[in-house]
Design a protein around this ligand. Structure first.
Ligand SMILES: [Zn+2]
Length: 169
């Protein structure tokens, strides 16, 4: 992330300021909490053996005091090296790596493929569906009220100028 970063450990949302504009984003420590929990259960490891570290890549500047596990660029290396106590021996490290790889490669390829397919399908649908009356793109909408409330249909994107609607097949 570029720009100025404002955030606190307990805040739900952090702020990025860039070119006089402000953008909110989820507190990355909260996001990482789920990752840490996933690691704990995958590795069957006690919580004290797993540390959450957030690294900001790119040209950013912290404008508020940050927790010690939030770092910029290369500074995270020193932070990681500050942990001196051995919690896993060589054999356990090897096993942990194997578990992470086994747990991630297959589902990831599959979920990635599905994700890409899903995006392609959406793009194709939008690109191919043209209004038969005026030629504008058709967009997926849902009926807001009446007998068909919640039902999805194709509506002309130049609504209300053009009121063409098509059933979703
Ligand atoms: Zn139309």
């Amino acid at each position: 992330m570029k720009g100025w970063i404002f955030g606190g450990e307990k805040q739900a949302q952090w702020t990025q300021k860039l070119y006089r504009k402000s953008f909110k984003f989820q507190n990355p420590l909260r996001q990482n909490y789920k990752h840490v929990k996933a690691m704990e259960s995958l590795l069957d490891a006690p919580p004290e053996t797993i540390h959450s570290v957030v690294v900001f890549a790119g040209d950013s500047e912290f404008k508020t005091p940050m927790p010690s596990n939030v770092k910029k660029q290369g500074a995270y290396i020193k932070y990681i090296r500050s942990f001196r106590e051995e919690v896993l021996d060589d054999r356990q490290v090897k096993e942990a790596i194997e578990r992470i790889q086994a747990g991630r490669l297959e589902p990831n390829r599959e979920t990635h493929r599905k994700h890409v397919e899903h995006l392609k399908a959406k793009a194709t649908l939008a690109a191919e569906k043209k209004c038969p009356k005026c030629g504008s793109d058709m967009v997926l909408r849902a009926a807001k009220k009446g007998t068909y409330a919640g039902k999805r249909f194709w509506g002309c994107s130049s609504f209300p100028k053009c009121r063409v609607m098509l059933n979703v097949t």
